[in-house]
Design a protein around this ligand. Sequence first.
Ligand code: RIB
Ligand code: CA
Length: 314
Amino acid sequence: MSLKHKIIIDTDPGQDDAIAILLALGSPELEVLGITAVGGNVPLLLTQTNARKICELAGRPDIKVFAGASRPLVRSLVTAENVHGKTGLNGPDLPEPTMPLQEQHAVDFIVETLMREESGTVTLCPLGPLTNIALALNREPRIGDRIKQIVLMGGGFFEGGNITPAAEFNIYVDPHACEVVLGSGIDIVMMPLDVTHKALTSASRIAAFRGLGSRVGTAAAEMLEFFERFDEEKYGTDGGPLHDPCVIAYLIKPDLFSGRRCNVEVETGSELTMGMTVVDWWGVTSRGKNATVMRDIDAAGFFALLVERLGRLS
Ligand code: RIB
Ligand code: CA
């Protein structure tokens, strides 16, 4: 009986995705069954390449990386090179990957894995637009009852949006996919901007990564120094929010986070509020509570976990 969390990471690297993948690969509590790439921060060709670069940086060329959807279900792809740089992984100079990209489509891998593994034992960890997850649920509805949990980074409520005043990037890119996931009845844990904006990098926190004195630590510091500049300028903060590693940290140390069960819906009609997650935090509607929405984090404990676990990677 494996005591490990079996997970599939669905991702659009992205520097913060990269740190999340490194955290997962440095944590013995987790068994990464595969990494599925999706178009998001940068186009799919780059996100699947970046995912392989990070696996090789971690000394894990054995990890299976799959390419998934290159664009959202309905809308056109919106990318974020202004935040992540042209490659999506600006900062460190990482070599082109030599490990293979898997032939199988990511969505087929997700479906096949969930139908093969014992029901209720696999957690999905979406770190980008939810297109691959929605496609898998549409392709094989039976996986809905077999997924243990979906722990995702996306959305916002009192914090508002980051790509529009109303919407967070991952949900904004594919609001229709989010609608499928929110309506699935699956146990969802949501890491919105309200909590990730409390996980701010800082000069001392980045120095702790560099202080590891390893390729992984130095690359992590270089990624974060590049990644934080955009949000520092935008929010006037000392440091930028480290969004995606919150998903992985929750699986390892859930007590770092606090939130509550809420109803969450997503806007798919109005262009003004497209992709907005409407979170009934105060329970003013009778709509069913379909997600556990996180709002607070022990940021010091979060960064201590990150540094300790990245320190375990060669
Ligand atoms: O809004 C933040 C999210 O969008 C993160 O997942 C980041 O990587 C980008 O994908
Ligand atoms: Ca991401």
